[in-house]
Design a binder for this molecule. Structure first.
Ligand SMILES: *Cc1c(COP(=O)(O)O)cnc(C)c1O
Length: 386
C-alpha cells in the first residue's frame, strides 16, 4: 500500500501511526537500557507499522541494528535505501543464500554446514557476510544446541569471508513471575554465559551479545551489550506479567468510517448466518472494516468499536469487508463518521490488548494481523533535515 503522509480523510479505513510517540518510546527505552546497543525487531512489517518508515525513524534515533524474519523483508528495505545492519533472525533456507550475500543481509547461522556454504558463496563474489549466531538454551526453537555451540562456533570462526558479529539466545518465558519460570530463565542465562566464557577463553571475540527481548530486560537485570526488543517500541507490553519499568504509549490506531446507517424493523436478522435478530426497530451503522482488513471474525457478536465517543457493540457476523454496529438510541450518527477499532475516541479507549483478550490471543497477533490493504498514515513526520 502506498504511504500517504498528509491526509487521512480520503480513506475509508486506515491505520494512523504516531512517530512522535514512537520516538518517545525509543528514547525511554534507551535510557532504561543504559546506552546498550538496540537491535530493534522490525519483522512482519514492523509488527504491522510499516518497516520502511519505522526503520528510517529508528535510524535517526541512533539505532543501527534491525531484526527481520525473512530475506524478502531485508531485500525490500535495501531497495528502499536502508544501509543499517539487517539481521534475518529466522534461519533462511539454502536457496536464499545468494540473495543474502548480494543484498548484504546478515543471516542467523544455526549450523556449521550452512556457514560453509555462505563462506564459499561469499568468497566467489568477493564479499564478506556478517553473521549472527543463535544459541539454543531453552527456547525449544532455532539455534545451535548450547552444549555443541562452542565447538561449532570455533570452526565457523575459521571460515573465510564470514564475520561473526553477534551471538544471541532467546527467552520463551521471561514474561512470567512464577518461581519455576524465573528459575528456567536463570538456567538459560547460565547456559549462555557458559558458552560466552568458553569462547572468551579460546580467544574468540564476538562484538555484539544480545539476549533480552522486551520481557527479558523489563523483568531481569540487563545482560550483554545489546537488547533485542520489538513490542515495547510500538508501545505495548508482552503480557500483564511484565514490569512496566517505563511508560510507553501505543503508536498505532486503527480507524474506519460509517458507510451506511440503516433503520431496521423488529425481527430483522443481521448479516451472514442470521446470528443476531432485532427485538425492536433498531438503528445499525455499517462500517468499512471486515476480517480481510484484520478485524477478527471471532469478534462477531462480541467485540466493540468506538463511535460518537462511546463503546458500541458489533452485532451479527463480521463480513470480509463490512461490520454491523448497534447504534444507541440517543446517538447521532452519519455516513462518513469516524469509527475507532483500536485506539482512543473521546474518553474511551480500545487497546490491541483489549481486542486480543476477547479473541484469546496476544497483542502481537492483532497488530501483525492488520492487512496490507489497510493504508498507513504517519503523524509527526519530520522533514528530511529535521
Ligand atoms: C520478535 C523477536 C524479538 C522481539 O520480541 P518482543 O517480545 O517483541 O520484544 C526478539 N528476539 C527474537 C529472536 C524475535 O524473534
Amino acid at each position: 500500500m502506498k504511504i500517504d503522509l498528509t491526509n487521512s480523510s480520503r480513506y475509508d479505513i486506515w491505520s494512523e501511526i504516531d512517530l512522535n510517540k514512537f520516538r518517545n518510546n525509543i528514547r525511554k527505552m534507551k535510557r532504561l537500557t543504559e546506552g546498550r546497543e538496540i537491535l530493534l525487531a522490525i519483522k512482519a512489517n514492523a509488527y504491522g507499522h510499516g518497516a520502511e518508515v519505522i526503520c528510517q525513524e529508528a535510524e535517526r534515533e541512533g539505532i543501527r541494528l534491525f531484526g527481520l524474519a525473512t530475506t524478502e523483508e531485508g531485500i525490500a528495505l535495501r531497495k528502499a535505501g536502508i544501509r543499517s545492519r539487517l539481521v534475518i533472525l529466522t534461519p533462511a533456507v539454502f536457496e536464499q543464500i545468494e540473495e543474502i550475500i548480494r543484498f548484504e543481509l546478515s543471516p542467523n547461522i544455526i549450523e556449521r554446514r550452512y556457514a560453509e556454504i555462505i563462506s564459499q558463496e561469499a568468497e566467489k563474489r568477493g564479499k564478506t557476510t556478517i553473521c549472527h549466531i543463535e544459541v539454543e538454551t531453552g527456547m525449544g526453537r532455532t539455534g545451535i544446541f548450547w552444549e555443541d555451540a562452542v565447538g561449532e562456533i570455533v570452526s565457523i570462526a575459521r571460515l573465510p569471508n564470514i564475520k561473526i558479529e553477534g551471538i544471541f539466545t532467546h527467552f520463551p518465558i521471561a514474561d512470567s513471575f512464577k518461581k519455576e519460570d524465573i528459575e528456567f530463565t536463570r538456567l538459560q542465562i547460565k547456559r549462555f554465559a557458559f558458552v560466552l566464557k568458553k569462547l572468551d577463553e579460546l580467544g574468540i571475540k564476538i562484538p555484539i551479545v544480545h539476549i533480552s527481548n522486551t520481557a527479558g530486560f523489563m523483568n531481569y537485570p540487563l545482560m550483554g551489550n545489546c537488547v533485542r526488543p520489538g513490542i515495547l517500541a510500538y508501545g505495548l507490553y508482552p503480557s500483564k506479567q511484565v514490569k512496566k519499568k517505563i511508560a510507553v504509549e501505543p503508536i498505532l490506531e486503527l480507524k474506519t468510517r460509517v458507510v451506511q446507517v440503516q433503520q431496521f424493523p423488529k425481527d430483522w436478522s443481521i448479516s451472514y448466518g442470521r446470528t443476531y435478530k432485532t427485538t425492536s426497530p433498531t438503528r445499525v451503522a455499517i462500517i468499512r472494516a471486515g476480517y480481510a482488513d484484520g478485524l477478527r471474525r471471532s469478534l462477531s457478536n462480541k467485540g466493540e468499536v468506538l463511535l460518537g465517543g462511546r463503546r458500541c457493540k458489533i452485532i451479527g457476523r463480521i463480513c470480509m469487508d463490512t461490520t454491523m454496529v448497534l447504534v444507541p438510541e440517543d446517538m447521532k450518527v452519519n455516513v462518513g463518521d469516524e469509527v475507532v477499532l483500536i485506539g482512543k475516541q473521546g474518553e474511551e479507549e480500545i487497546s490491541a490488548d483489549d481486542m486480543a483478550a476477547l479473541v484469546d490471543t496476544i497483542n502481537y497477533e492483532i497488530l501483525t494481523g492488520i492487512s496490507e490493504r489497510v493504508p498507513r498514515v504517519y503523524l509527526g513526520v519530520r522533514n528530511s533535515n529535521g
